[in-house]
Design a protein around this ligand. Structure first.
Ligand SMILES: [Zn+2]
Length: 153
């Protein structure tokens, strides 16, 4: 049985078609087959609708400007090594072991160990290393190494 295309239906079809309504939606509203809709559209000579996949060229992506490499300070040969500017100041010369300098009277309740981070390869922290090692040059060396590292000179 042919679909009854009344003037009202043709008007409605034309409007829906030009509005960009999907054929499936129009077909559902009219209660007919998809072929009936597309056939009528062809006979009415309605304009072809652009494919949903051909909506013009995709927007061009913004070109990403090349990032400049951050300036790095190269260590100067002959002089003391300089820490790179991006390197966070880390106490590299401190060991993970705590200072074992005794504080207070042994056997008393107040007795404890210092527990400050010990200087690398030493059993004591910097302060107690100064007290423990009488050799002046050694203490001075520890001082210089510990103080020079965290700062950028
Ligand atoms: Zn200590």
């Amino acid at each position: 049985m042919a679909f009854d295309w009344t003037d009202a239906r043709i008007k409605r079809l034309t409007k829906l078609w030009l509005d960009g309504t999907k054929v499936a939606t129009i077909r559902h509203e009219f209660g007919c087959s998809k072929g009936t809709i597309t056939g009528k559209v062809k006979r009415l000579d309605l304009p072809r609708r652009p494919s949903p996949f051909a909506n013009g060229p995709a927007p061009a992506r913004k070109p990403v400007p090349p990032k400049r490499a951050p300036r790095t300070t190269l260590p100067s040969f002959g002089g003391p090594p300089q820490a790179a500017s991006r390197t966070p100041p880390t106490p590299v010369l401190l060991s993970t072991k705590p200072c074992c300098w005794p504080i207070g009277e042994p056997r008393s309740k107040a007795f404890r160990f210092c527990d400050e981070p010990a200087v690398f390869a030493k059993p004591y922290c910097l302060e107690h290393s100064k007290q423990a090692y009488a050799k002046y040059h050694e203490v001075k060396e520890i001082d210089q190494r510990t103080e020079a590292r965290p700062q950028n000179r």
